[in-house]
Write a protein that binds this ligand. Structure first.
Ligand code: PLP
Length: 288
């Protein structure tokens, strides 16, 4: 923060920062696995795209941010980490209500790697409930700008907990499946994959699945998925930087496929982790 590297407990932001008061911020999260960033370029592209569309400015270019992220990981010593870069609107020295007068701020941190699904859930598949909650419409908040507008997702989570499920999927403005708290979703039906394309964050793990499918010749499309279609799928999995590709074995009352991790999901999970050693998709962290 502010050109300094600090222990997490000392990293503090002003309560007057618009990022805190109005969720006026964009961010990105990349992970490090066995000492290597995974697809760092794509995360930096998305982060800089968001900054530009929110009309924010930072005194750092891509190389400077890549180097700050490297230093956060190197100084923390973590070999597997969850690394977040954040740009907030900041605040104005005169307390102006005009966002153009705010001084934008940059914060980055590295913490140990965390996953949406724990070890047991990765082995047996997650139990998900579909909530009636509608994801904030793209015309209100552009979902391709990664953001902290999570009240809909958190409401979805509570709805899921009330039904005894472990996490949630919420719907888009036309009532089809959108995404969940921190993840995208795919279904597999008769050997072909589909993932929602409207009203969702274009996740980097989602993109990685699309790339892997192209590489191994699996048919995949972005398109609408109804509640009935997802419950009748052969396989379902979710995707996130926080955990990678994670199987789903139950949605509401419906068992998905045989209620176990399916073969397509298993193949993609294996490939995903293998790709972490591919120099084309990874960047080595330089530790001191
Ligand atoms: N959707 C939302 C709302 C998210 O917040 C995230 C990640 O935090 C994702 C999807 C998954 O994106 P990625 O694969 O880039 O982590």
């Amino acid at each position: 923060m502010d050109g300094q590297y600090l222990p997490m407990s000392e990293a503090k932001i002003s309560v007057l920062d618009w990022g805190f008061l109005h969720s006026d911020a964009t961010y990105d999260t990349v992970h490090v696995w066995n000492g290597k960033f995974f697809r760092l370029d794509l995360h930096l592209d998305r982060f800089f795209g968001g900054i530009e569309r929110l009309r924010m400015k930072l005194p750092y270019d891509r190389e400077a941010i890549a180097s700050i992220l490297n230093n956060c990981v190197a100084l923390s010593g973590h070999k597997s980490a969850y690394v977040e870069m954040i740009c907030t609107r900041g605040s104005s020295p005169t307390f102006s209500r005009d966002p153009r007068q705010a001084e934008n701020r940059f914060i980055a941190f590295a913490v140990p790697f965390g996953s949406v699904a724990n070890k047991e859930q990765l082995e047996r598949g997650l139990h998900i409930a579909i909530s009636e909650t509608v994801r904030i419409p793209p015309k209100s908040v552009d979902p391709s700008i990664k953001n902290y507008h999570w009240l809909d997702l958190v409401k979805g989570l509570y709805d899921a907990y009330d039904k005894g499920a472990e996490t949630a999927l919420i719907v888009n403005t036309i009532g089809h499946i959108a995404e969940g708290p921190g993840f995208n979703v795919f279904l597999v039906k008769d050997g072909a994959l589909r993932t929602p394309a409207f009203g969702v964050l274009p996740g980097i793990t989602r993109r990685t699945v699309l790339d892997l499918c192209t590489e191994i010749g699996l048919p995949v499309t972005g398109g609408d998925i109804s509640r009935a279609e997802i419950k009748g799928a052969d396989e379902v999995f979710i995707t996130s930087t926080a955990g990678g590709i994670m199987p789903v074995s139950r949605i509401d009352e419906a068992m998905i496929g045989k209620g176990q991790v399916g073969p397509v999901t298993r193949r993609l999970m294996d490939l995903y982790w293998q790709k972490h050693d591919d120099p084309a998709w990874s960047t080595v962290v330089v530790y001191p």
